[in-house]
Unconditional design. Structure first.
Length: 170
């Protein structure tokens, strides 16, 4: 399972970045959701664009500190893949491009991307999942992205916990 970070695991800061650990606010139910999802998936990865580093708003060390706090709060994650390049750089590793999925596949050769799930809150996340051949799950307060881009979204749930409860039951 591949998870976006901001808006799925922690509170999204519109027009801003989580630049320091004290700015990180884990969303309600995430720890329980991940506990349930661990029973369904062999591996759990975070894939996140973090261009705040290349913009000079934070350092890579700041980013690692944020990720440490996140892991301490939510539990074990197999790996966090991130891209610090700006959107304008058109990096192969920046979502919606699939570089981070291919990195995960190199690091964990048992992954079958076509049997994987991408959980995110943006059209970019859904396109990343679709391009990598994954099932896509949109998380968020509305399903506007699913309505506007129906070919990108396989499933919609308001929260990660709603998704976790649904798949653990059936």
């Amino acid at each position: 399972m591949f998870l976006d970070r901001d808006g799925v695991l922690n509170v999204l800061r519109p027009d801003d970045y989580v630049k320091r650990p004290d700015e990180l606010e884990v969303l309600p139910g995430v720890k329980e959701a991940l506990r349930l999802l661990k029973e369904q998936f062999a591996h759990t990865f975070i894939v996140t664009n973090q261009q705040g580093v290349s913009k000079g708003l934070m350092t890579e060390e700041d980013l690692h500190a944020v990720h440490k706090k996140l892991i301490d709060a939510i539990g074990e994650i197999d790996h966090i893949y991130y891209c610090i390049e700006r959107q304008s750089a058109h990096s192969f590793n920046r979502k919606p491009n699939i570089g981070m999925a291919l990195q995960a596949h190199r690091d964990y050769p048992d992954i079958r991307l076509k049997e994987s799930v991408m959980v995110g809150d943006s059209a970019s996340d859904m396109l990343f999942g679709r391009r990598a051949g994954m099932t896509t799950v949109l998380i968020g307060p509305t399903n506007d992205i699913a309505l506007n881009h129906p070919k990108l979204v396989d499933h919609y749930y308001p929260t990660l916990l709603d998704f976790a409860k649904n798949i653990s039951q059936g």
